[in-house]
Design a protein around this ligand. Structure first.
Ligand SMILES: C[S@@+](CC[C@H](N)C(=O)[O-])C[C@H]1O[C@@H](n2cnc3c(N)ncnc32)[C@H](O)[C@@H]1O
Length: 276
C-alpha cells in the first residue's frame, strides 16, 4: 500500500472514531484541529495496544472504560501557575481594578485543566483583596483534570517555577504562604478554592451557564478548528457582561474570528480583549 493510501485510511478511520466517540460518549472532537488529533490518536494507539484506529474504535465501544484512558490523549493537559506572567501581571494591574467595581465579580476559567490557572486567578484576587466577594467558575471536559483541580495538590518540584512566575506576575505575598508541603507534594490552601465552582462543561456542546465579568480561556482554542473557535468565542460573548474582559493564550487571537466585532482590543499584545 502506498503512503498516501495508508494516510487516507487513517484519516477515514479517525473521522469514524470521532463520530463513534460523539455517538457513544457525547464528547465532540469532530471540530478539533486535525493535525493535533492525528498526533494524539497515534500516541494513544501504541499506549492502548491497538494496531489501527479501527481497533481502537472497537475497543472503546466494547470496553467503554478504555475511553477514560483515551480521553487523556485527546485532551492536552499541559499547564502551569502564572503561565506567561506578563498576562497575569496585566490581569492584576488592569483587569482586577475594574472587577473591583462590581459587588460580586465573577470570572470563568474555561479549559481549566488540573487547576493551575484557577489557583493563579484565586491568588491574584486574594492579594488584591477581592477573593472573598468573587466567584470563579472553573470548567473543563476532562473529569480527571477537574478532580486534580479540586484537590489542588501538585508535585513539589514544580514550586520553584510557580513561585518565580508568581513574582514575575507582581506577587505581593511570599508564595510559601499558599501551600503546605508533605511527601514531595504541595497542597494548596483550601481557602483559595472556597469561592470556586468546578464543573464539567464543554465549549463544543454546552451553552452559557452564568453572566461573568471576565473569561480566561488560554491554550484551548489552538486545538479547535475555525468553526469551533467561533462557537467558543460566541459563548464568551454571551457570557460576558457589558465591557467584560476576555483573556486568551499567547498563541491565540480574536483577529480572525467573526465574533471579533463583539470585542475590542484591551491589551491585545498580551491577549486581553474587552466586550464592546
Ligand atoms: C493545554 S490545557 C490549558 C490549561 C490552562 N488553560 C493553561 O493555559 O495552562 C487545555 C485544556 O482544554 C480542555 N479542553 C479541551 N477541549 C475542551 C472543550 N471542548 N471544552 C472545555 N475544555 C476543553 C482540555 O481538557 C485541557 O484541560
Amino acid at each position: 500500500m502506498s503512503g498516501d493510501a495508508r494516510s487516507s485510511a487513517f484519516e477515514i478511520e479517525l473521522r469514524l472514531l470521532l463520530e463513534a466517540i460523539f455517538l457513544r460518549f457525547h464528547y465532540d472532537f469532530r471540530s478539533y484541529s486535525m493535525a493535533s488529533l492525528r498526533r494524539r490518536v497515534t500516541a494513544a494507539l501504541s499506549a492502548l495496544g491497538c494496531e489501527t484506529v479501527s481497533a481502537l474504535q472497537e475497543k472503546i465501544l466494547h470496553q467503554p472504560e478504555t475511553f477514560t484512558a483515551l480521553l487523556q490523549y485527546l485532551t492536552v493537559q499541559v499547564s502551569d501557575m502564572f503561565r506567561d506572567p506578563a498576562f497575569f501581571l496585566a490581569f492584576r494591574q488592569h483587569v482586577v481594578p475594574e472587577l473591583a467595581t462590581y459587588p460580586s465579580p465573577r470570572v470563568w476559567i474555561a479549559g481549566a485543566s488540573s487547576g493551575e490557572e484557577v489557583y493563579t486567578v484565586a491568588i491574584i484576587l486574594a492579594e488584591e483583596g477581592l477573593l472573598d466577594r468573587a466567584l470563579l467558575y472553573a470548567t473543563d471536559i476532562n473529569p480527571d483534570a477537574i478532580a486534580k483541580a479540586k484537590a489542588g495538590v501538585y508535585a513539589e518540584e514544580r514550586i520553584p517555577t510557580f513561585a518565580a512566575n508568581h513574582r514575575a506576575a507582581g506577587g505581593k505575598q511570599p508564595f510559601e504562604r499558599y501551600y503546605t508541603s508533605a511527601y514531595g507534594h504541595a497542597a494548596f490552601d483550601r481557602k483559595l478554592r472556597d469561592r470556586v465552582v468546578f464543573a464539567d462543561h464543554s465549549l463544543a456542546t454546552d451553552s452559557v451557564f452564568a453572566e461573568v465579568q471576565a473569561v480566561t480561556c488560554r491554550n484551548v482554542l489552538i486545538y479547535f478548528d475555525r468553526t469551533l473557535q467561533e462557537r467558543a468565542v460566541g459563548l464568551f460573548r454571551d457570557a460576558l457582561s457589558r465591557r467584560g474582559f476576555l483573556g486568551l493564550g499567547a498563541m491565540e487571537s480574536l483577529q480572525l474570528t467573526k465574533q471579533s466585532s463583539a470585542f475590542e482590543p484591551f491589551l491585545p499584545e498580551l491577549k486581553w480583549y474587552r466586550r464592546s
